[in-house]
Design a protein around this ligand. Sequence first.
Ligand code: NAD
Length: 273
Amino acid sequence: MANQLLKGKKGIIFGALDERSIAWKTALEAVAEGAEIVLTNAPIALRMGKINELAAQCNAQVIPADATSDADLDALMVKSMEILGGKVDFILHSIGMSPNVRKTIPYTESNHENFLKTLDISALSLHRVLQAAMKADAINEWGSVVALSYIAAQRTFPGYNDMADAKAVLESIARSFGYHYGFKKKVRVNTISQSPTVTTAGSGVSGFDVFYSYADKMSPLGNASAEDCAKYCIMFFSDYTRMVTMQNLFHDGGFSNTGVSAMIVEDLQKANG
Ligand SMILES: NC(=O)c1ccc[n+]([C@@H]2O[C@H](COP(=O)([O-])OP(=O)(O)OC[C@H]3O[C@@H](n4cnc5c(N)ncnc54)[C@H](O)[C@@H]3O)[C@@H](O)[C@H]2O)c1
């Protein structure tokens, strides 16, 4: 049910790997709401993923960019403005990767080269994107930048490993850069803290299935799906959230404010006989 919430708006969407990706759903939703977009992902993801299928559905061009390369991001800003015929109104940062998680290295035995890569790819990339956008003056006034986070930034979820630290930095960058971009250009920067979601990045976290069902049983509304998250992102790109910036917004069916649920208590009672 599209309402043309993004009619006349242009945007850049990072991180659509396959049809399960939150960025994939957000791209489809943005176009359905009247936006014109360009899609971008790391060159390796473009080779392995299915982004061209999405590009065809969205009538969008794909620009390769590694989010840890300032040169790639500078070129991305310039090319996006060329393709879209002007500055953009929104950017989705939907990027995450931890070599420690991928290699199932426990947090207490982290390889620190890997740790630095986790931070660079999953957190500092937001700073790089914002810096490249500001340098190229690529975002219109009242534009909106959204990055995706997870509650492990505030509470410990051991399987989430060094991604927890990356998300804490990501949320802090949204506040710090949001301050500067707000005063300078009235651009807003927020993070959305999403429920566990079955995607390539999500399922890579050890014990994801248990993690997912625990969160589902803890959340009064259940886990928020990728489609729901896409819709929430659209609201943040729209003019209905013009005065919201430097925030971390929980999109988690109520998980973050629930101490324990009756379903979890029942499970424990059953387990204890
Ligand atoms: N899936 C979940 O449970 C969940 C929950 C909360 C937050 N998130 C966050 O949502 C975002 C999107 O993840 P997803 O779940 O859709 O998984 P996904 O695997 O579909 O998306 C992750 C994307 O990051 C991209 N990426 C990795 N390294 C990159 C680089 N160097 N440059 C540019 N792009 C790069 C990948 O190519 C991929 O497209 C991530 O920030 C993730 O941490 C996911």
